[in-house]
Design a protein around this ligand. Structure first.
Ligand code: TRP
Length: 335
């Protein structure tokens, strides 16, 4: 699920010597319907938070989606709260986690704004043109947005959490498409006297139709939503999940299935906890002992459980809880 990193070894070496770090990740709230692929970086982030017991900041870029999509500012802000509920439902600890909407937090935090400004002063139009493909007709909101995604990488943006310290290292778990923002961030960090953020890159969950595509929240048949019923999950996987199996049972028994293109198998690599069982499935499917229907049945059972449990936990998340997570405050750590 994680296929590359930048400087995580440095974070770990420093951690062993007692030097603190914090986690930063985010989500662009472009739609109400999050799909199971969106869970991956957050599940990894939750696991890291549990293991290392460090502060976590989660940026909801309602401003980004307002600028890039056909969304009103009000609607983008509302979606940020809806997505916050899905994120909170994964079990993050309110004493260790600050979730913020850019639209709300930036206006309330002089330190965040100053950090943004420092980044803005170091990056030229020519540089962001090269990194993000901006051009002469790109609106200026987009041109300055990368500084907003960069700012949470620096502890100076959160004085209420870090007591004004500017030297706390940051680790960012993110999907690979976010890397350009953080290459830019790492480039400017030394000039600002801040540590460079470290990165963990997660892969995309492929769309049901095949590994060449990523799951898209706006394409109903390519995605498994976090709101799907058991029946919908079963139907979508049986009907759409691209299969590496053979055309007939006889051929399948003789030639075996191809796990490298089989989407159901790929999903199992993400969602099946038991590695030994996964290995057995790989062998049995490849040898032809296991049929596509049987493989899909395993996946359907697991995802029905993942999604229905998510729905239950999300129901417990009230507006009050969202507000608690999103209130700027000190977390349980002292600096
Ligand atoms: N731009 C990201 C998106 O569209 C949201 C985001 C902001 C993010 N900060 C981040 C993602 C840090 C990962 C890590 O989804």
């Amino acid at each position: 699920m994680i296929f590359s990193h930048r400087d995580v070894n440095l974070i770990l070496d420093a951690y062993e010597k007692g030097k603190p770090f914090f986690l930063y990740t985010g989500r662009g709230p472009s739609s109400e319907a999050m799909h199971v692929g969106h869970l991956i970086p957050f599940m990894i982030t939750k696991w890291l938070q549990d293991i290392f017991d460090v502060p976590l900041v989660i940026q909801l870029t309602d401003d980004e989606k307002f600028l890039w999509k056909d969304l009103s500012a009000e609607e983008a802000r509302r979606l940020a709260n809806e997505n916050a509920k899905d994120i909170i439902a994964l079990g993050f600890d309110v004493d260790k986690t600050f979730i913020f909407s850019d639209m709300d937090y930036i206006g309330s935090s002089p330190d965040f704004y100053r950090t943004m400004l420092k980044v803005q002063k170091c990056v030229t139009f020519n540089q962001v043109k090269g990194i993000f493909g901006f051009g002469d007709s790109t609106c200026i909101g987009k041109i300055s947005f990368p500084s907003i995604q960069a700012a949470p990488s620096f502890s100076s943006s959160f004085p209420q959490i870090f007591g004004g310290r500017k030297d706390i290292q940051c680790l960012i778990p993110c999907a690979i498409d976010q890397d350009p923002y953080f290459r830019m961030t790492r480039d400017v960090a030394p000039r600002l006297g801040f540590p460079k953020p470290a990165l963990l890159h997660t892969t995309f969950l492929p769309a049901l139709q095949g590994a060449m595509t990523k799951m898209s929240a706006s394409d109903a048949v390519s995605s498994l939503y976090l709101t799907d019923t058991n029946a919908q999950i079963k139907k979508k996987i049986n009907k759409y999940a691209f299969s590496g199996g053979q055309a007939t049972v006889e051929e399948h028994r003789r030639l075996g299935g191809n796990v490298d293109v089989d989407v159901s198998y790929m999903y199992l690599t993400f969602f099946m906890e038991d590695d030994d069982k996964l290995k057995q499935i790989r062998e049995d499917y490849s040898s032809g002992k296991m049929l596509t229907g049987e493989l899909k049945k395993e996946l359907i059972g697991i995802l029905q459980k993942v999604v229905s449990e998510h729905i239950e936990r999300r129901k417990q998340v009230t507006d009050e809880t969202v507000k608690e997570f999103m209130t700027p405050r000190k977390l349980k750590y002292n600096y």
